[in-house]
Design a protein around this ligand. Structure first.
Ligand code: RIB
Ligand code: CA
Length: 356
C-alpha cells in the first residue's frame, strides 16, 4: 500500500570554503577530481581515502599520491582503504582506465601512504570535526559501508555526503540500468543506503547521489584541453583532436591530463561513439561545492542484489511504495557544461602555478 512520499528539501549550503574528504578509486576521472579539489580556492582538502575499483588499491594509492604531488598538494594525507568488495571478487576495469589507472600517464610519487586506514581516518576526522566535513565518494562504497557499520552515527557526524554512483533515469555503463561504482560492490552500496535511512530519522542529512544520467552531461573534449593550454599561457595547440591529444605541452599537470585523457578518449570512441570523455567524478566535487549545478529530489534509494542483469541497480522509490525514511537526494538534472568551464579554469590556474 503506497503512502504519499513527503518530499524533503536539501539543506541550504552557504557558499565559501568547504572541508572535503574524497574517497577515490583513481582512475582517470578521479584524477581530474583530485586536481579540481587541490586547485579550487574554496576547498580545504582534509584527506583522501582510497578504495579498489577501477584498478587495485595499491595502484589507486600510487596514482592518488602522484596526482596530489603534481598538483602541489603532496602534504594531503592519503589513506589506503579496501582492497576489494565486501562479499564479491574484485572486478577492475583496465580497459577503461588503463592497466594502472591513469591511462597512458605514469606517476612516480615520493610520498607515502598514511599510517591510518581509510576507515580509521574517516571516523577520527568526522569525530574530531563534527558537522564540518563533506565526504565525496567516487568509487565503490566499500570504505563508507565499513565506516558506517563501525560508527552508526557517522551520518550525523558528517556535514554532507555526495556519491558518484548509480543511474536513475538513464542507461547503465555495466548493464542496462547498472553503474560501475555500485556494480563493483552492491552489498556495500545497499548497506550505506540502509544505514542512512535509520540515521535520517535521527536528523542526518540524506546522501546526495549523482548518477550517470547526470554526470554524463559533464564531457571533456580536445577543445577543452586547447582552451586550458591557452588560458595557462602555454600557447595554442593546433591540429585534429587526436593531434591535440598527442601534442607536447611541457607542463607537468597538463601532460598528465593529456596522457591520461588520451586513453579515456580512445575508450569512449570505441564504446560511446565520441572522441572525448564523460568526466563523472570532478562534476560531483563541483556540485558538492555548488549544489546549484544540479536539481535533486528526495526519495528512498535501495540497491538490487537479485543477480541477473539488474544486480547492482540503484532503485529510487518516487511514489512512496517503500515505507522507509528518505535516505537520498537524487540528482535528476545537472549543468555539465557549466561545470566543465569551471574545471578548465581550475586546471589552467594549476598549470600556471605548477611549472616543469
Ligand atoms: O561509472 C563511472 C564511475 O566509475 C567513475 O567514478 C569512474 O571513475 C569509475 O570509478
Ligand atoms: Ca571513480
Amino acid at each position: 500500500m503506497r503512502s504519499p512520499r513527503v518530499s524533503v528539501a536539501p539543506p541550504r549550503r552557504e557558499a565559501g570554503r568547504q572541508s572535503l574528504i574524497l574517497d577515490v578509486d583513481t582512475g582517470i576521472d578521479d584524477m581530474l577530481a583530485l586536481l579540481y579539489a587541490a586547485g579550487h580556492p574554496d576547498v580545504d582538502l582534509v584527506a583522501v581515502t582510497t578504495v579498489a575499483g577501477n584498478v587495485g588499491v595499491d595502484d589507486v594509492v600510487c596514482n592518488t599520491l602522484g596526482v596530489l604531488e603534481l598538483a602541489g598538494a603532496g602534504h594531503v594525507e592519503v589513506a589506503a582503504g579496501a582492497a576489494g568488495p565486501i562479499a564479491r571478487t574484485l572486478c577492475t576495469t583496465p580497459e577503461t582506465h588503463g592497466p594502472h589507472g591513469l591511462g597512458h600517464a605514469v606517476v612516480d610519487p615520493v610520498g607515502t601512504v598514511s599510517g591510518r586506514s581509510a576507515v580509521t581516518l574517516l571516523l577520527e576526522e568526522a569525530r574530531a570535526r563534527p558537522g564540518e566535513i563533506t565526504l565525496v565518494t567516487m568509487g565503490p562504497l566499500t570504505n563508507l559501508a565499513a565506516a558506517v557499520l563501525a560508527e552508526p552515527n557517522l551520518p550525523l557526524l558528517l556535514k554532507d555526503v555526495w556519491v558518484m554512483g548509480g543511474t536513475f533515469t538513464g542507461a547503465g555503463n555495466v548493464a542496462p540500468r547498472v553503474e560501475w561504482n555500485i556494480h563493483v560492490d552492491p552489498e556495500a552500496a545497499r548497506t550505506v543506503f540502509h544505514q542512512w535511512s535509520t540515521a535520517t530519522e535521527r536528523g542526518a542529512t540524506p546522501i546526495t547521489v549523482m548518477g550517470l544520467d547526470v554526470t554524463e552531461t559533464s564531457q571533456f573534449h580536445a577543445r577543452d584541453l586547447v582552451a586550458v593550454a591557452e588560458a595557462a599561457g602555454i600557447g595554442t595547440i593546433g591540429g585534429t583532436d587526436k593531434e591535440v591529444m598527442a601534442a607536447p605541452l611541457g607542463n607537468p599537470v597538463l601532460d598528465l591530463v593529456r596522457d591520461a585523457l588520451r586513453f579515456y578518449f580512445e575508450f569512449h570512441e570505441e564504446y560511446d561513439g565520441f572522441y572525448g570523455a564523460h568526466v563523472h567524478d570532478p562534476f560531483v566535487v563541483g556540485a558538492a561545492l555548488d549544489p546549484t549545478l544540479v536539481e535533486v529530489r528526495s526519495t528512498v534509494v535501495d540497491v538490487d542484489l537479485g543477480g541477473g542483469h539488474t544486480d547492482g541497480e540503484t532503485v529510487a522509490d518516487w511514489r512512496g511504495h517503500v515505507d522507509k525514511p528518505v535516505n537520498a537526494f537524487v540528482a535528476l538534472s545537472g549543468d555539465g557544461p557549466k561545470f566543465i568551464a569551471r574545471l578548465r579554469a581550475v586546471l589552467a590556474e594549476l598549470a600556471c602555478r605548477v611549472t616543469a
